[in-house]
Design a protein around this ligand. Structure first.
Ligand code: UDP
Ligand code: MN
Length: 330
């Protein structure tokens, strides 16, 4: 179906990494629709090259910022003014229908059936269920709608300073008119709902189709240990086991499919200018420090021994242990 697409947004290289995992998860589940991403001028040329290998279309748009610091402060998310950039998705009139997905969402199975829905279909927001969450929604690109949205934004602003407040005021009859436009919550399962309503998650969670890592802690903020395939938990991270299993899934896709693309880049032929090369090296070194598995601490090490998980071939090899013992005996 060439005139329908999944669309996401990345205004910087960090959010674009989320978008890459989302795009890959859609591919892994064999979507028959096109994949498009909106980016802003800030996104590096290296990242653009990587995006091109996962998305069918990489479209540069201008950043639109609500600059509404007062409402954003109420939301405690000053960074979300730039989500007004999302409005550009209505200009993608090369498509007849699209599904927008936040860069912090992850697809767990094929969800192409969403294209049977009409504008504006979305799932309830877990914080205020009479509002829809704007992390996943079905829409019809239209320049007219785009212009009306912009005008509405200038006249009324957004009650939360971000795109969600604006879109809910614009599509204000969502809560009361057509139940067909209410997507089941499993199409936009916010990771916080997993612990705020545990019995419901136990009952319905197995049918989850899309996980949304809503809030300020994004998957890329966690540390992941690729050897043990676990999320590093320290004092700053909290969450249920289910939440962690979704985070592990995100990181598995990142390691298996996205990191190899980033590492391959320095060999790319079209990066001839020195400026671009410097940019590439910089990005990769930044990513690799971010992704370097942490030095194991003594506590973790002891736990591993107690659980019988010694690294016989590596640091726990007999010769290393002998060396250590020798230092005591000297
Ligand atoms: N976004 C972006 N750059 C930003 C902030 C947001 O590209 O600096 C995009 C990205 O697609 C993101 C979406 O806007 O997923 C909505 O923001 P976010 O997911 O952080 O909001 P939340 O879902 O936590 O309310
Ligand atoms: Mn989001």
């Amino acid at each position: 179906v060439a005139d329908q697409a999944f669309v996401t947004l990345g205004t910087d290289d960090v959010y674009c990494q989320g978008a890459l995992v989302l795009g890959q998860s859609l591919r892994n589940h064999m979507t028959s629709r096109k994949l498009a991403i909106l980016i802003t001028p800030q996104v590096s040329s290296v990242m653009r090259a990587v995006l091109c290998s996962v998305f069918d279309e990489v479209i540069e748009v201008d950043a639109i910022d609500s600059a509404d610091s007062m409402h954003l402060a109420l939301l405690e998310r000053p960074e979300l003014g730039v989500t007004f950039t999302k409005l550009h998705c209505w200009t993608l009139t090369q498509y007849s229908k699209c599904v927008f997905m936040d860069a912090d969402t992850l697809v767990l199975c094929n969800i192409d059936e969403l294209f049977e829905r009409e504008e504006l279909s979305a799932a309830p927001d877990s914080g205020w269920p009479d509002c829809f969450n704007s992390g996943v929604f079905v829409f019809r690109p239209s320049v007219e709608t785009y212009n009306r949205l912009l005008q509405f934004a200038t006249e009324h602003g957004s009650f939360d300073g971000g795109d969600q407040g604006l879109l809910n005021s614009f599509f204000s009859n969502w809560a009361t008119t057509d139940i067909g436009k209410h997507l089941p919550f499993i199409y936009n399962l916010s990771s916080s709902a997993i612990y705020t309503y545990v019995p419901a998650f136990k009952h319905f969670g197995r049918d989850a189709k899309v996980v949304h890592f809503l809030g300020s802690a994004k998957p890329w903020h966690y540390k992941y240990n690729p050897q043990t395939r676990t999320i590093m938990q320290d004092g700053s991270t909290s969450g249920s086991q289910h939440q962690f299993s979704y985070l592990v899934l995100w990181w598995k896709i990142y390691y298996a499919s996205i990191l190899p693309l980033l590492e391959k880049l320095p060999e790319m032929e079209d990066m001839e200018s020195q400026g671009q090369k410097d940019e590439t090296t910089h990005l990769i070194s930044e990513l690799s420090t971010q992704l370097k598995p942490e030095e194991p601490n003594a506590e973790d090490e002891r736990k591993k021994w107690e659980e019988g998980r010694m690294d016989y071939m590596g640091k726990d090899a007999f010769e290393h242990i002998k060396k250590k013992l020798d230092t005591f005996l000297k």
